[in-house]
Structures are given as C-alpha cells and as structure tokens.
Design a protein around this ligand. Structure first.
Ligand SMILES: Nc1ncnc2c1ncn2[C@@H]1O[C@H](COP(=O)(O)OP(=O)(O)OP(=O)(O)O)[C@@H](O)[C@H]1O
Length: 468
C-alpha cells in the first residue's frame, strides 16, 4: 500500500524513537530514525522528508542548529520541534526561525498524529504550487505549447527527459500536429539552446542542391559553385538540426546522413577532408517510415539510427480535450496581433462545432480557422457565423463538392463535359488543400496524397494562385 508520507524522527532517546516509530508506522507513514542532530541533517540531505520530528535538547548539534541546517537544505522543510517543558523558550525561538510546529513533552498521541498530518498536507500543497509554477514557466519557455490531453502530457514528459541528452529524436505525426514546435522545444530545453536551431525541409530544396545545402561545397565543386559554401550541418555546429519531411530524403543522401549520425563527420562536395561536427539531429516525418522501409524507399539502418527516441504526435481528432485550450490560445494570439478583443469564452454551440469537426489539417487548420474568425467576428463574441462552412455544416460541405453538381446535372437529364468536371474537381481539391496549409505546396501535396512535383505541375497547368 502507498504510504501516507515520510517522517524523519530525530531524537537521542531510544524510547522516544521507538514510541514515535510505532505510532507513526501504525498510522501508515514511512518512518526513518536518526539518533543525533548531525545524523538527522545528513539523512535529510540524502533525501527530503515530508515531516521531521526534531527533539530540541540533544547532545552535540542541538535541535535548534539541526533545524537551521535542514532549512538551509530545503527552505520548505516541515520541521516539528519536540521539547520538554523546561526548554519551551527554545521552542519559541525555533518557531520564529521557521519550525512548522512545536509539541511539548509529555505529549498525547493525537497531538503527534494531527501535527504530522497537517505537516504532510502543507508539504503536498507546496509541491502542487511548485509543480504549477514549473508548468507555467514551461509553457512560456516552450513558446506556449498547449496540450491538456493525457497524450500531450506524456509527450511533454518525454520532451523533458530527452531534451538534456544528445540522442537523435524522430517525431512522427500528421501534417500540422506540431512536430516542428516540439523539435524547437527540445532544442530550447537542451544545453544547446544558445546555439543554432537549423531547420531543413528536404522537400523545399531541389534534390540536386540538397547535398551541397546539407554538407557544403568547395569553390568549383560543380558548375555554379562560384564560391565555397558552408553546409547546414556546419552552421548548426554545437546546436540542433531539424530535418523535416525526412521521408522525402533521396536515397543517396540517406547514406550520407547515416554517416553523419554514425561518425559525426561529413565531407563537403569537392573536398577530401572530412569535417567533424557536434550536432543533435531531430528528424520529423508525416509518412509511415516503417512502411517506406518495407517498400525500399527508406534505408532501414538509417531508420533505426533516427528512431532512437521516437515521439508520436496524435492527430487533433484523437485528442479533442486539446481543442478548447488551443482555440482559446489562438484567440488570444490573434487578438493581440490584430488589436481585437474577441472573448476567449466560447459559446457552447461554437465549442460543439469545433469539437465535432475532424480537423484533417490538425492544429494548423484550427489556428487558421481561429485567425479568420477573430478577424471577421462582428463584435466581441465569436459566433457560429465566423466559422467556415465545412465546420458549421460538414454534411452540406461535402455535398458542395462540384462532383455532385455534375451528378445533379446528369440526374435532370442535362449533359456535362466530363473532362471539364474532373478538372474542376481537381482544382477545387487543390485549392482547398492550399488553403488548409497556408499555401505550403509540399504539405498540400501530402494532404492530397500526391507527389509534390505532380502537384506543382498541376498548380502551374491550372494557373492556381494561393492568396491568404
Ligand atoms: N500544441 C500546440 N500548441 C500551440 N500551437 C500549436 C500546437 N501544435 C501545433 N501548433 C501550431 O500549429 C502550427 C503547425 O505546427 P507545426 O508547424 O509544428 O506542425 P508540423 O507537424 O511540423 O507540420 P508539417 O508536418 O506540416 O510541417 C504552428 O503554427 C504551430 O505553432
């Protein structure tokens, strides 16, 4: 059974130690004993106790000195002095110095048990206050990562654990779930925080240039290399490199990355001498890398090297408790950015719509929806009308798809141009994916389950332009 709390009894008299131990153990406390003030202080230094029962008059280091020493170790220590009538003045002095309580000998058993129980309560309250303070300061430090759900709380604990080490971290999760935010938090909580945090998105860099971007090149290493250039691994030296969309890394580059992880060194293009770097690698992916390994697109050895600490960010629809605090956080953010005063107290109707929606674009989509709502809110309240159609009425939004217009035309016997309809359908889907991702083509490509190059050529062919 879990103990009620821990008590350290410091008394030079064996009988007193016995009495107190028997009494408090029977009450369900874990009790440790010390025969002298010195022993008591040492025991406390070794591990703090919820309550210390400290005899005032002991040979050697007296109770008063021991009290001072314990409070030096832990300003919140709960110390109860036990004193004979004759030394009551000393007990008053102890109380003034910060003792929690004072019990006169001879005592009633209840006096002991009640005071110890009160001491443990005080200790718990103090612990809670500190945990809250830590959580709040962490929220600020982390650039406000919101997460009330148990899944996110577990991720925060993992982040706290892995941040101080250099181990490689692999963050997995759908687009918009907060992978970059978590990577940044790990960097910021690490001893590398004052060094660079370099973001590399392999999809945004043409594959011919990727290697020279990562590892640098010498002057004349290839046509166009007019000057020597430092690679991003060198720029990140001492800090952290965040390799986003790692699943899109070309196969040949994967081998080079493996070498950096294993040997901590790389060779710039056109160079022969390897460079050593001290870089922590955090990789992220929204594709199933294990599947990519099975299909032969991703090196298995690299996968295992990256997934030393895997962190899996759940989609927003699987942690609906986070929707309200996230929405409130974004309302405050966009109020501040737009000089608005929209209330962060959501009406039950708005909250229900937000909580019932499936959020395919995850937190990023919620952020976009709230930004728009804050800007268009007519007064100080965010109303249902401020939300986009697909959230207000998911069923109707589906029917709005052009395909059903075409089908309707067929139903009433009117003809359609099949190819035009298909094109219109494609354009609509692409437009929506671009809206969802703030115009980010590689993310839109993933939302559509389409290769980024194909998407790019369609955007050009249809002359689609994203305007926020
Ligand atoms: N828990 C959270 N608290 C506050 N903001 C969040 C949270 N999660 C994500 N966001 C915000 O949502 C947006 C998307 O997050 P982020 O870019 O980290 O996602 P991602 O998973 O890296 O996306 P992608 O895979 O598309 O690159 C950012 O603006 C980020 O600040």
């Amino acid at each position: 059974m879990a103990k009620k709390g821990s008590v350290l009894v410091v008394d030079d008299e064996e009988v007193m130690r016995d009495v107190l131990e028997t009494l408090l153990s029977a009450e369900g406390y874990r009790v440790d004993l010390a025969k002298t003030g010195e022993e008591g202080v040492e025991a406390y230094a070794h591990r703090p106790y919820d309550v210390v029962l400290l005899d005032v008059s002991m040979p050697g280091m007296g109770g008063l000195r021991a009290l001072e020493e314990i409070l030096k170790l832990d300003a919140d220590a709960v110390v109860v002095m036990i004193t004979a009538y004759a030394t009551f003045d000393t007990a008053i002095a102890a109380w003034e110095r910060g003792a929690f309580g004072c019990i006169r000998k001879p005592f009633q058993n209840e006096q002991i048990t009640q005071t110890v129980a009160a001491g443990v309560r005080r200790r718990r309250k103090e612990e809670e206050r500190q945990a809250l303070r830590r959580a709040m300061s962490r929220e600020v430090d982390r650039g406000a990562i919101i997460g009330r759900s148990e899944a996110m709380q577990a991720i925060f604990r993992l982040v706290d654990q892995v941040a101080p080490a250099r181990s490689t971290v692999l963050i997995m999760g759908e687009s918009g779930t907060g992978k970059e935010l978590i990577a940044k938090a790990i960097h910021e909580q690490s001893p590398r925080a004052s060094k660079p945090f370099v973001i590399v998105n392999s999809l945004n860099i043409p594959s011919e240039l990727l290697e020279s971007e990562l590892f640098g090149h010498t002057k004349g290493a290839f046509t166009g290399a007019i000057t020597a250039k430092k690679g991003l691994f060198e720029v990140a030296d001492g800090g952290t490199i965040f390799l986003d969309e790692i699943g899109d890394l070309p196969f040949e580059t994967q081998a080079k990355l493996l070498r950096v992880i294993q040997e901590r060194e790389f060779t710039p293009l056109g160079d022969t001498t390897p460079r050593r770097v001290d870089v922590r690698i955090i990789a992220a992916t929204n594709i199933d890398l294990r599947e990519a390994v099975r299909q032969g697109h991703f090196r298995e050895d690299l996968y295992y090297r990256l997934a030393v600490v895997p962190i899996e960010l759940p989609p927003l629809r699987d942690r609906r408790e986070d929707i309200l605090p996230l929405a409130q956080h974004f309302i405050r953010k966009f109020n501040a950015e737009n000089g608005r005063h929209v209330s962060d107290q959501l009406s039950p109707e708005v909250l229900a719509l937000l909580e019932n929606y499936s959020w395919p674009g995850n937190v990023r989509e919620l952020e976009n929806v709230i930004e728009r709502a804050v800007v268009i809110a007519p007064g100080q309240e965010l109303t249902v009308e401020c939300l986009p159609q697909e959230i207000r009425d998911p069923q109707r939004a589906l029917q709005r798809a052009p395909i059903s217009n075409a089908a309707a035309a067929l139903d009433v016997g009117r003809g359609i141009n099949f190819y035009d309809e298909v094109r219109r359908f494609e354009m609509d889907l692409i437009r929506r994916a671009l809206e969802q991702t703030g115009g980010h083509q590689s993310r839109a490509a993933r939302l559509l389950g389409m290769n980024a190059t194909t998407l790019n050529s369609k955007i050009k062919a249809y002359n689609l332009q994203y305007r926020p």
